[in-house]
Design a protein around this ligand. Structure first.
Ligand code: ATP
Length: 248
C-alpha cells in the first residue's frame, strides 16, 4: 500500500495514515462514502481512549483469539473499511487461526464485493467467501441479510469489525459467538457482542494474531478457561471509564 507523505514523527501519524487508507479505499471502489463517516466516528472515540490499546482491550483480544482457535467454523467478516484499513492483517489472522474470510457489506453492490475480494487476494487471501450469497440472516431486509450459507451462515464464531448495530444484533440472535471490534463501547454492536473489543481495528487485528500465535500450543482446557473467565460487561465498563477519566 502506498503511504502518504506524512513523517513518522508527526504526533498524529497513525491517525493520518488511517485516514489516508480510507480515502484510498474510496478511490479504489472498496470503501463506501458512508465509510468515511464511520471512520470519523471511530477517530473521535479513539482520541478519547488515548489512541492506544487499553489493558481491558488487550485482554479481550486474547479471549477473541481463544474463541477463534476453539471454533469449529470461524469466519472473519470484511466490510469496506476493514478491507481498506487492514487487508493483509486480516489475511494473517485468518491464517493464524484457520478462519475463513467473507466479504459482508452493509451497502452491498456486486462491484464493490468483487473489488474487495480481489483486493484481499492481492494481499494473500486464497479463498474469499461472500459472493455466493445463498444464506440469509433472519430478521433483516433482503439486501442486508445476504451471507454465504457455508460462511457466516453456518459459522459458530464470527469476528465482525465495525459492524452496523442491526446486523450485529441479528447475528447474536442467531446464537453465534460474536467478536466485535468497535471503538464505541456504547454502540449496539459492542453491546450485543459475546466479546466486545474496544480498540482501533488497526491495532486490534495484529494483536489478536499475536495472541493466537502465543496460544497455538494451548490445550482445549486452557482455551476454555480463558473464554470462561471473560466478562463482557466489565470490558465495556472499563472502556467507558477510560473515556471518562482521560484527563485525570
Ligand atoms: P450502532 O452500533 O450504535 O447502531 P452504527 O451501526 O450506526 O452504530 P456506524 O457509524 O455504522 O455505527 O459504525 C461505525 C462504528 O465503527 C462506530 O461505532 C465507530 O466507533 C466504529 N469504528 C470506526 N472506525 C473504526 C476503527 N478503525 N476501529 C474500530 N472501530 C471503528
Amino acid at each position: 500500500m502506498t503511504g502518504p507523505e506524512i513523517p513518522e514523527s508527526h504526533p498524529r501519524y497513525e491517525s493520518l495514515l488511517t485516514r489516508h487508507r480510507i480515502e484510498e479505499g474510496v478511490d479504489l471502489g472498496i470503501t463506501s462514502r458512508q465509510g468515511l463517516i464511520a471512520q470519523g466516528r471511530g477517530e473521535a472515540f479513539d482520541y478519547l481512549l488515548g489512541e492506544e490499546t487499553i489493558p481491558s482491550a488487550d485482554a479481550a483480544e486474547r479471549v477473541a483469539a481463544a474463541h477463534l482457535l476453539r471454533a469449529d467454523h470461524a469466519v472473519l467478516s470484511i466490510n469496506g473499511n476493514v478491507a481498506a484499513l487492514a487487508p493483509g492483517e486480516m489475511v494473517e489472522l485468518a491464517e493464524a487461526t484457520g478462519a475463513a474470510l467473507e466479504v459482508n457489506l452493509f451497502n452491498r453492490t456486486e462491484e464493490r464485493m468483487e473489488n474487495i475480494a480481489e483486493y484481499l487476494r492481492e494481499h494473500g487471501a486464497e479463498e474469499v467467501l461472500g459472493l455466493t450469497a445463498d444464506g440469509r440472516i433472519p430478521g433483516l431486509d433482503h439486501e442486508r441479510a445476504k451471507v454465504d450459507a457455508d460462511g457466516i451462515g453456518s459459522a459458530d464464531v464470527v469476528l465482525v469489525p465495525l459492524e452496523d448495530g442491526d446486523r450485529a444484533e441479528a447475528l447474536a440472535e442467531m446464537g453465534k459467538t460474536e467478536l466485535v471490534v468497535d471503538l464505541n463501547p456504547m454502540s449496539r454492536s459492542a453491546k450485543s457482542a459475546t466479546v466486545p473489543i474496544i480498540d482501533n481495528l488497526i491495532r486490534a487485528v495484529p494483536n489478536i494474531t499475536a495472541h493466537a500465535r502465543d496460544l497455538s500450543d494451548a490445550s482445549e482446557g486452557e482455551l476454555d478457561a480463558i473464554i470462561e473467565d471473560f466478562d463482557s460487561g466489565a470490558a465495556l465498563e472499563a472502556a467507558e471509564q477510560r473515556i471518562r477519566s482521560l484527563d485525570e
